[in-house]
Design a protein around this ligand. Sequence first.
Ligand SMILES: NC(=O)c1ccc[n+]([C@@H]2O[C@H](COP(=O)([O-])OP(=O)(O)OC[C@H]3O[C@@H](n4cnc5c(N)ncnc54)[C@H](OP(=O)(O)O)[C@@H]3O)[C@@H](O)[C@H]2O)c1
Length: 415
Amino acid sequence: MCIFEKILIFWVFPHKTPPTRLLNTHVIVRMRTAAACRRHELRVAVWRRRISNTTTACVLAEHPGVTSRLSSARHFKTIQIELPSLEDGQIELETLHLSVDPYMRCRFDPGHPQLGEYLTPFELNRPPTGGGIGRVVVSRHPDWSVDDVACLPFSDYPWQKRVRMSGTAKTTDPSLSQLRKLRYDDRSVDDLSLALGALGMPGLTSYFGVLAAADPEPGETLVISGAAGACGTIAGQIAKQRGARVVGIAGTAEKCAYLTSRLGFDRAVDYKDPNFEEALTLACPNGVDCYFDNVGGSVSDAVLALVNRGARVPVCGQIARYHDDVPYEDLTSDASLEPSIRALLRERDVRRFRYLVLDHAQEFEAALVDLEAWIRDGSIEATETITRGFYPADALVDMLSGGNIGKAVVKIQQA
Ligand SMILES: NC(=O)c1ccc[n+]([C@@H]2O[C@H](COP(=O)([O-])OP(=O)(O)OC[C@H]3O[C@@H](n4cnc5c(N)ncnc54)[C@H](OP(=O)(O)O)[C@@H]3O)[C@@H](O)[C@H]2O)c1
């Protein structure tokens, strides 16, 4: 870094207070992009001062193809876009955090068979949208003041550094699909990103997936695949609270160690280990009573071979199959299973069913109160992997290939 860059960086980031988090969280910052991010932020900060009606956006440059594993960010590009004029009733937000989530994968191709009835494909040369949080910088809406923090927890927040949108907030919207105001008088600003993770859609998915769908009895064995991710880390800790014996499945030895030593899982097994099936059998000496399935494929086949009579198998996601040209309904139906596993599930009276968090929308508010209380009192820990800088596509690609522990979040470093 040359001396001019140093001086300019000091000018743009004159003083940085260390992040203070009040809630029980563990943050893993992805350092890989830090230097590049600073240079990029610097350029954009200078741009922004010059042209206030444009902003930086990451757009879908090409459809990756249904069977692409989306292993690089080359399908996206970062461009400057024109902001629409700010109308009465609207607010302008400076983006603080963006969420990257597995379900977004199927939205990159118009013909993706897993779009289902409630997801639409993203358009070319437009920013993809997802969960996001922004700080109000201009308000033409009576309910919003400058510095309020607005969140779209599930969808519709575009991959842009500044956004203009309607300020109509529905804080009582049961589906959490509308703009909400986040209070941070009793939270640190650095905890706000939890509204995209443990205190947002993944946290709720874990809550209802364990307590309503899997419903483990104390002492029963509950296995979770994708255990080191956003849903898995929270689901495992909730199941432990319930008194279940929890076995996690994840893709590296480091993730497995994190689950057992930090989050209190009883056992964790690496599905990439050549002895995976043997290790899983050893980790479940009394068989499997509940299986919280996040991934599908061969990992799930190995778990299903161990089910006990009356086991419950909520199918939360099938991330191992999101690049398969197969409708999601087919993946979740028993017809997709090997005949021998199908027969075993029938014989042991196992209930395997598709689970969708949105089916519990009316109970979200009460669940969020519980989740926040548990994070505050330290009975569960919220882990995040944060990508700093405006790199949503890189963060998404990284998450899909297993780069995250806990919730993958992009933290935009605004100047
Ligand atoms: N039903 C619902 O309402 C609902 C709501 C939210 C999420 N979901 C689903 O829940 C699942 C987890 O979502 P999340 O947000 O918590 O994501 P996440 O677990 O934080 O991130 C995805 C993880 O999946 C694992 N993975 C990727 N490819 C895999 C493969 N081929 N086989 C096994 N594991 C693989 C990776 O970890 P490893 O290193 O372990 O491979 C990666 O870290 C997804 O399937 C998602 O679609 C469902």
